[in-house]
Each structure stands twice: as C-alpha cells, then as structure tokens.
Design a protein. Structure first.
Length: 743
C-alpha cells in the first residue's frame, strides 16, 4: 500500500501540485484564462505587484489576464486539482499504517469483510477471525487498482454550490457557461437555457477529447526543436565572438610587437650613428657635437612621440572594435534568447492546455468538465494555429586585418659646417604614415541564415512576383535544375533524341551536348557534376562539359525516373517506377546500398527531391495525383493529394511533376495540368499557390509560342543560388522570379 500510494503521489506531485509562484503545494488553487493554476494568495500578490489597469500577465506564459469584476476571488476554482491533492495527502498518511484495532503493531493483513477498519496485525487477526471474514496478506493486494477505485470515488464525490450551502451542483447553464444548483436556477437562471449535467457531460467530454487532437505532440516537438535550434545558434554566435576577439587580440599583439621592435631598432641605429659621428669629429669643437646631438635628440623625441601616438591608436582601435563585437553579439544573443523564451512560452501554453484537458477528461468529474469545457475549447481554438514562427535575423561578424605598416623613415638633416665632413647614416627601422586606423583592421557585418533556423524563419510572401530572367528552349522540356553557381541544366528533346543544354546564370546558352540512353530527369551534384536518369534503365554522372564520368544502376532498375542527392549523407535516391521502390546508391562508389519500398505509388513517372530539414524524400506520383514524404526507413510522413483523384482545389493535384525544396523547408510542386506551382510547409500542409496560370501569364507571355497568351503546364521547379524559384514549362519556357521578401 505504501509503495502504491507513494508512486501515485510522486507522479501527481511532479505534474500537478506545485504552484509556479511559491513552489509549494497549491492552497486554494485558481485557474487563469490561459489555464495555468496558482494559489489564490500567490496570484493575488502577483497581480498587485505587476498588474496595470486591471490586467496582469500570467507568470508562466506571460499572457495578459483581466482581473474579474468581482475580484480575483471569483476566479474559477480548480476543484479536481484540489481533490487530487487532498486524496494524495490522505494516501501518504497510510504509509507504514498501524493495525486498525490495536493501534501499535504494523498491519500485515487486509480483512475483505470489513468496509472501514480492514487492516490489522497477525495478533488481532486471531480474535477477529471469529467473525468468519476472509483475510489476504497486504503483500498480495493490488493496491494500484484499489487506489484508482478510491481516486474515482473521490473525484466523483458530489460538489456543492458556493452560494447555497448544501445544494448540489446538478445543472449546466448554456447562457453563462457555468454549473449551478437548484437554487441558482430559481434565483438567476430561470429564463436561461439550462440542462442537467448528466445529460450533457458525455458530449462535452468527447468533444474536448476530439478538440485536443488539434494540439498534437508533433506541434510541441516543433517548439522544442525551435528552442534547441535557437540555443545552438546562440552557441555559434558566442564561439564566433570568441574567434573574432582572439583575432583582434592577435592583431594588437602583432602590431605592438612590430612597433616595439622598430622602436628599439631606430634607437640603436641612432646611437650607433651618433657614436660614429662622435668618433669622426672628436677633434672638432664641442659646440658642433652639441648641435648634432640636439638635432638627433629632437628627431628622436619626435619619432618616439609618433610611435606613442601610433600605440594609442592601436589601443583605441582594439578597445573600440572589441566593445563593438561584444555589443553586436550581446544584442543578437539577447534577441535570440527572447525569441527562445517566446517559443518556450508558446510551448508551455500548449502543454498546459493539453495536460489540463487530459487530466480533466481522464479524471475530472462531470461538474469539472462542464465548468471548463467551453473555455478550454475556445482556448484550444486560439492555440491550434500556433506555430513556432519568428523573424530573427542574425549578423555574422568578421574581422579583416588592415594593410601592412611599411614605410622607411628618412634620416634627419644634420648641420654640416665647413670644413667638417660627416658620413651620412641610414635607418632600417620602419615608420608608418596614416590614416593609422586602416592598418589595424575593421569589422564587417553580413546577414547570414543558419540552416537549422530556416524552418522557423518568418517569411513574407510577395503578392506580386518579381521576374528576374527568362529564356526559351526549342525542344520539349523534360527537366531543369539549377547549379550551385546559378547556371541552368535543361534536359530536352523528343523520343531518343535528347540533349542537355547548359545556360548561364543570365539565361545565355553556353553549350549543348547529346545524351546517351535517353534523358529523363536531372539532379545536380556540384557546380561541374550532375546526374541523369535514362530510358535505358541506368543512371549517368556527367561533367558540365558533356563527358560521361560514371554509368551505374544497370540491372538494378526497371524504369528509373526521378533522381535526387543527399550531399550530407552521401546518398543518391532514384525512383524506380516499375518496381515501386526508391533505389539508394552511395555517392562515392555508386553501388546500390538499399531499396525503399513505395507500394502506394503507381508504376509510372515519379519525380523526387531530398528534404534535409525533415530527412525525407519528397516523391511526386504523376498518375496517382499525389505527393508523398518518405523517410529513408520507408515510413510515409505525409501524403498530399487524393490518390487516384485529380482536382484543382486546395489539397488536390492534377498530374504533378517536378518538386524542390527551398532553404526555409518549403516544398514546391509543379502541378502540371492545373497550370500552377503548389507550396507546402515541411509537414505537408498547404501554404499557397504562388504561380497560378493567371498570375504568371503576364510574366511569361512573351516566352510562349506565337499567339499563346498563357502559362501552360509547369514541368520542373528548382531554387537557384539567389533563392529565386525557377520554373520550366512543357512549352520550353524557363523563368526565375523572386517569390518572398527576406529583407
């Protein structure tokens, strides 16, 4: 019994019974509109210290809460939490329980015939056995079920009205969304729509359980993922700061060392020269030597003064840049920390609602459910669209040392009275000419995008597309891809007369070469390498000059179509439509290492792209009108479109072809027969159509065949090095345009 009670108390205490303000067990727990619970006294003190204009923020999620007209005392009581707390306290008292009869020996037996005093020691059992009751050793009793039954009994215990002593809460008022007693009905709710709690509670309980599905665990995990990404970015910024500061210190030390060495050198050379002059003119007047010495000392003072000033400039630059680096990094870290806190608060809000609903639906009484049901549904409605989105731009700081200090100092002019003859000296020490700031170095700031933050980066979609470049290929366009340096690879032709055209980043045709085996789909490997699937049931690795570097896959595949590369893991994925699988090849050896079954796909024309954000292959199934996200383990993460059913509404596709992914994790689908490009988020949910037939006609009108006034049948989509969307069409038009504003 002790172990069962202790286990129950420990679990519940960790999750439910600690007030976030006083960190003690709840005393008179009250629920805020955000469904976080606090002691009445604690939240009253918090509101008194932090409230403004009858409003205060929740200490946990920081959501603003109004002070009710009747004061904080009218906040809804968390009845079932209080009952749970009271129950666990009573269970704790049973640990190491003494015999119910003699009160001084430890109980070892349970009498199943006594409803109340049923635990006793062996001595009392002998006298009690005369009643004919049955005994069971406590060690054999399943107290977990026993405790659960007691808990259910406590939670289902009748609750009474706060306003009318002894009156049970038995009705639910639809108008005021509250549970009431019989006297409440007579006094203030007689004209309202009210029902017995027992008649409506099951519907509300089921409705809550259904509604809370809108806040799945996946949403919480995305907030956790966002928080971790922010923490890792903070660590990168801090490491970069340390690196820059080390460079600044190194520059300071190097330049200071150089100045000190030159200072010693010129000091030594001037002394040496003076000694030589003194030797040469020792027989001449002291007046002349004194004059020479004065000239040299004056010059020495000036040069040393210049060196001191240079050192001051070095120190000032070092301090200034150091302070600037620390300020820039600190500001960004604080911004990221605030954003992380915001994501954490959103996650906590969702977690709290989920936990509250789960507790309420699992263990709450009918009264508890009716007390909170509608408010919880409203709160869930508010949170179900919540996503970890933020608009945080980070600035990368680099330090570039300035130009090298390198200027030879001219020796001072020495008075040369006749008939004295003095040898001219030379100085090898270096001196420097300003501006001296340029010699130390400077900071450079550049906006950077960390890949793991891209999934959560706030994106502003352009309402009017900004076309960048356009060009046209003469033959039927089969596929097109962008290289890392912005060039275009276009597979085009008819039947077995295929060619690959290489276009510059500005759309100028650079070269054309024939393709062996009949080209189908292209995927870039690097700036000078790309892969092609061929009709002869193989794949080829080409250089951009047209040379075949490697041929592979012969005998492995029956009908290869889409091809994509995961450069991070070094894998090549090829959709074998005939075998309904994805063949996986090693990027170095091009040996087959795995096959991923895709039995849900048809046996014709799949395209694919690797999504490194979710670590899945995005497969476009043309004839089935669907797009799938398939993990390397063969699990289907999501499906977009209805298999075997074409359509043009949101959630539907009509013969989809090319797919690609941008740096934010958005998935682009060339929805061929719908004359549009569909955009999904990384979880396969529809975002928008960014290039409909109507939208693109005004951009691409001049590119189409004579007399055509339409954007027809997109075949391929890809993202170039400028982050622009490149669309290739059935008619041979290729156009790139800006679709989001990242500024």
């Amino acid at each position: 019994m002790a172990m069962a009670s202790k286990g129950l108390y420990t679990v519940l205490s960790e999750n439910f019974f600690t007030c976030h303000i006083c960190l003690g067990e709840y005393k008179d727990p009250r629920v805020l509109p955000c469904y976080h619970t606090f002691c009445l006294k604690c939240i009253a003190d918090h509101a008194a210290k932090n409230g403004v204009q009858n409003k205060f923020s929740c200490p946990v999620c920081r959501q603003e809460a109004p002070i009710p007209p009747g004061g904080l005392e009218t906040l809804v009581k968390n009845f079932f939490l209080k009952k749970l707390a009271d129950f666990t306290k009573s269970q704790r008292k049973l640990q190491g329980k003494l015999c119910d009869f003699c009160k001084h020996k430890e109980a070892t037996l349970l009498c199943q015939g006594c409803p109340k005093a049923n635990q006793m020691c062996a001595t009392c059992r002998d006298s009690h056995a005369l009643n004919g009751h049955h005994f069971v050793p406590l060690s054999q009793v399943d107290f977990s079920e026993h405790t659960r039954e007691q808990l259910r009994h406590v939670l289902d215990k009748t609750q009474y009205c706060d306003k009318h002593a002894g009156e049970q809460l038995a009705f639910y008022c639809e108008n005021d969304d509250t549970v009431i007693c019989r006297e409440c009905v007579v006094e203030t709710h007689s004209k309202h729509d009210f029902k017995k709690v027992g008649d409506v509670v099951k519907v509300q309980r089921d409705l809550l359980q259904e509604k809370v599905k809108c806040l799945p665990t996946e949403t919480l995990l995305r907030f956790v993922k966002a928080e971790k990404a922010i923490v890792r970015t903070e660590e990168k910024l801090t490491k970069n700061q340390e690196k820059i500061l080390r460079l600044v210190d190194s520059q300071k030390i190097a330049m200071t060392k150089e100045i000190k060495e030159n200072s010693k050198t010129i000091d030594r050379e001037l002394n040496d020269y003076y000694q030589q002059v003194e030797k040469d003119v020792r027989e001449q007047t002291n007046a002349y030597l004194t004059g020479v010495k004065q000239v040299l000392e004056t010059y020495r003072t000036k040069v040393q003064s210049d060196y001191c000033e240079m050192q001051k400039v070095i120190d000032d630059n070092s301090s200034k840049i150091t302070a600037e680096v620390k300020t820039l990094t600190s500001t960004q870290v604080k911004t990221l920390e605030a954003e992380k806190d915001n994501q954490e608060m959103n996650r906590i809000s969702i977690q709290s609602i989920r936990d509250f609903v789960q507790q309420l639906t699992d263990t709450g009484s009918d009264i508890d459910v009716m007390t909170h049901s509608k408010k919880l549904q409203t709160k869930i409605q508010e949170l179900q669209t919540s996503e970890p989105v933020f608009d945080t731009k980070t600035t990368d700081i680099t330090f570039t040392p300035g130009k090298k200090m390198d200027l030879v100092l001219q020796f001072p002019k020495i008075p040369e009275p006749r008939p004295l003859s003095i040898k001219k000296g030379s100085i090898t020490a270096k001196t420097y000419r300003g501006p001296f700031d340029a010699c130390f170095g400077s900071l450079k700031q550049e906006t950077v995008y960390y890949p793991e933050l891209m999934e959560f980066q706030k994106v502003t979609w352009l309402e009017t597309r900004e076309r960048q470049i356009s060009f046209y290929v003469e033959r039927l366009l089969l596929d097109s891809q962008c290289t890392d340096d912005g060039c275009f690879l276009v597979a085009c032709g008819i039947m077995f007369l295929q060619t690959v055209c290489v276009f510059s980043s500005t759309g100028e045709l650079e070269r054309v070469f024939s393709k062996k085996g009949g080209a189908r789909c292209i995927s870039t490997v690097s700036n000078d390498r790309f892969l092609v699937t061929c009709k002869d049931k193989s794949c080829r690795l080409y250089s951009t000059s047209g040379q075949v570097v490697q041929c592979f896959g012969q005998g492995d595949m029956t009908d290869p179509w889409g091809i994509t590369v995961d450069r991070t893991e070094g894998k090549v994925y090829v959709c074998d439509s005939g075998a309904q699988c994805i063949c996986v090849y090693d990027l170095k050896s091009f040996q087959l290492v795995n096959r991923i079954p895709i039995p849900m796909c048809s046996k014709y024309l799949q395209r694919c792209a690797y999504h490194r954000g979710i670590k899945a292959i995005i497969v476009s199934d043309n004839s089935a009108h669907c797009v799938y996200a398939v993990t390397p383990q063969g699990d289907v993460m999501f499906q977009y479109g209805t298999r075997g059913q074409s359509g043009s509404a949101d959630g539907q596709l009509n013969n989809p072809l090319g797919v690609c992914i941008d740096k934010f994790g958005h998935i682009f689908i060339a929805d061929n027969f719908n004359h549009r490009v569909v955009v999904l988020n990384p979880r396969g949910r529809f975002i928008r159509n960014i290039s409909t037939r109507r939208e693109l006609s005004r951009f691409l009108r001049f590119m189409l065949t004579a007399g055509s006034d339409d954007f027809k049948r997109p075949v391929s989509v890809s993202i170039n090095n400028n982050g622009e969307l490149a669309v290739g069409t059935y008619t041979g038009a290729v156009s790139t345009y800006k679709y989001i504003d990242c500024n």
